[in-house]
Write a protein that binds this ligand. Sequence first.
Ligand code: MTE
Ligand code: HPA
Ligand code: MOS
Length: 761
Amino acid sequence: MRSSSQQASATGKNLDAPFHVNGTSCYLDDLPELAGTIYAKVLGSPIAHGRIQSIDYQAASELTGVVRIISYQDIPGENQIGGIIADEPLLAEEIVDFQGQPILLILAESEAIAEVALEQVDIAIEPLPVIIDPREAYQKGHLLSGSRSFQLGDTDTAFEGCEYIFEGTAETGGQEHVYLEPQGAYAIPTERKGLFIYSSTQGPTAVQRTVARILGTSMSYVEVDVNRIGGGFGGKEDQASPWAAMAALGAFLTQKPVKCLLDRKDDLTMTGKRNPYTSDYKIGLDKDFNIVAYEATYYQNGGAAADLSPAILERTLFHGTNSYFVPNVRMTAHSCRTNIAPNTAFRGFGGPQGMFVIEAAIHHASRALGVDPAEIQRKNMLKNGVEFPYGQIVEDCEAVPCWDQAVDQYQLSHLQSEIATYNSTNDFSKKGLALMPICFGISFTNTQMNQARALVHIYSDGSIGVSTGAVEMGQGVNTKMVQIAAQEFGVSLDRIKLETTNTTRVANTSPSAASATADLNGKALKDACQQIRARLFTIIREVVAVEDSVEVMILDEKIWVGENQVDMTWEQLIQTALSKRVSLSAKGHYATPRIHFDKTVEKGHPFAYHVYGTAILISTVDCLRGTYSFDAVKIIHDFGTSMNRAIDLGQIEGGLVQGMGWITTEELMHRPDGILLSNTLANYKIPDIYAVPKEIEVEFLPTDGSDLAIYKSKAVGEPPLMYGIGAYFSIANAVLAFNPKAKLNYRAPFTPEEVLMALYG
Ligand code: MTE
Ligand code: HPA
Ligand code: MOS
């Protein structure tokens, strides 16, 4: 086989990068506005739980420049935005269930006027009791959805035979998405009550469905368009929909273009975040430190409405045993209803929350037994042929290869002895090291969502337009789509024009999520390209009069028949196709094969494949101040055969640092009455350049990859976030070097205050 120079792009670049840098990439607020555009502001509930007694917006609506004020009573369709469960109104009716819950939509000629109007609304709400603790919610029976339980083997009997048993609790906090571009949409009325909506969403179809429901119209009248979004991280999988619905409602009722763009503070208070979890664990080991039994109960803080929490809960169970094989498992998860903003998808989608708990359990056990946690971790790694607690059999397992390569290549024993020397010569500064293996399942856990479509046109000048359901949010999927079309046609990258993601061109899309965007849309795109390519190959065979058995190829824009180059350019080929009246358009479709899951027994084969890796994290703790920094994070990651190393490395670095932020400094705080205190970026600490590890090393595990990954290039978006979990244990080990009796409560974020208390606790 000739190899295409397109392979060169495997080393890669992100085609968007120069345009991001020179400022010409177009986000929602960069769109030119139509004359007469109206601006929307949302009035949110000032308290976390209450009964609305009266709302008076007469004075506000009479202000000059105020166009209209809209309440739930003005909604022409159904006042409902719940995706999985219909439990959330767009605009509150009698009850408010969280601070910031939208009550009124204020439309004005400018944002400033809308803001003045908002201040003039008189609203009386009788407070009701507030619950923010998921365990309390659980005890009172406030659940968002049915509890779930995954079981393998028989834990009751297994614990009886265990040499060692340890029990405890572990907690992880929420996490604010802090996408650079806040939530927003711009809705433009079209004729006959249609709407065109620009939305900053990961899920254009979710927006389309929600808008149609709110307006009482059909989806065919709602066209949603996304050029690119300034980050999503899961926060715009479902939670872009209400803001698009606000803009759409305004545009529908006034028949004017309406823009609804949240400012940062509204975004921070009104939108949901990663679900905090509090969990109980019980781990049992035999005398050789094999984990024989594991039980966990997870209390998920879902917030005031279900949103995606039931699906997130499920992924917690899928990843509850991380990279380990445990023959006897019982994990139960409860989605608890509290009075904070409904929590939602966030990179890892519940997986990280489950993985933290088993890592805590292993750390607890190893500390009590006086062994290195790495010994227990390595001993219990997944291997081919064993069963996940959800019934899928482990195949193509890279858990041990990643771990062993990390240990060898990064010279773990050398690192450990350096740390021991440092710790023995420094009294008030200690270093800690932890290994963090990951195993993450690729596919939407809801099997039906694992499908995608793509539309390809070749124009008469030989240029190629590509539409898919993939939303570019910084993760580089657009570059990957361009690479795929170029590779399939054998033409150069600059022939490909990637179009916006649009519900009229590609319908019924799954959100760009679950790390599966490139796989699903890439495979659909490949299908579309191959349909057209087959027609082109037929034409080539006709033109040069060879049989069907002779191989035709287009490589680097040159056409080959067998070993002979054909005297025909790409443009001539396209012209010939047109003259022969052959279609140069195709719609591709892809549905992940093999996967299935039966919720009635909680068993099946939900994932196309798994992604593995191991990180070594080294921290230095200032034992007088409780502050810390990270010397290095060294990773062996299973990319399969990466189709774009630059993009994939960027995902590892970004995911790692985002995960470390979640585990270390990002602390969401609510008052007992449910008011969010961490409501600005001044009092919510995301990682900055100083928090980034001084050294990040990422090595590609040499493997083939899975056929179910596009070009065997494995999904990369979410898995690296979970390396960040190791930050807790790295700091914990430094703390233990200072104070071997330190009390660790396995509660993240491990803020400097918490570290200080552990050092002297
Ligand atoms: N990277 C950037 N730069 N911005 C993002 O919003 N989202 C993450 C991840 N990486 C995100 C990102 C999340 S939550 C997911 S699910 C995947 O990207 C989605 O894209 P993919 O399916 O193409 O990996
Ligand atoms: N991952 C991410 N997003 C999702 C999923 C999932 O498994 N299911 C539904 N939305
Ligand atoms: Mo990612 S949490 O699946 O958008």
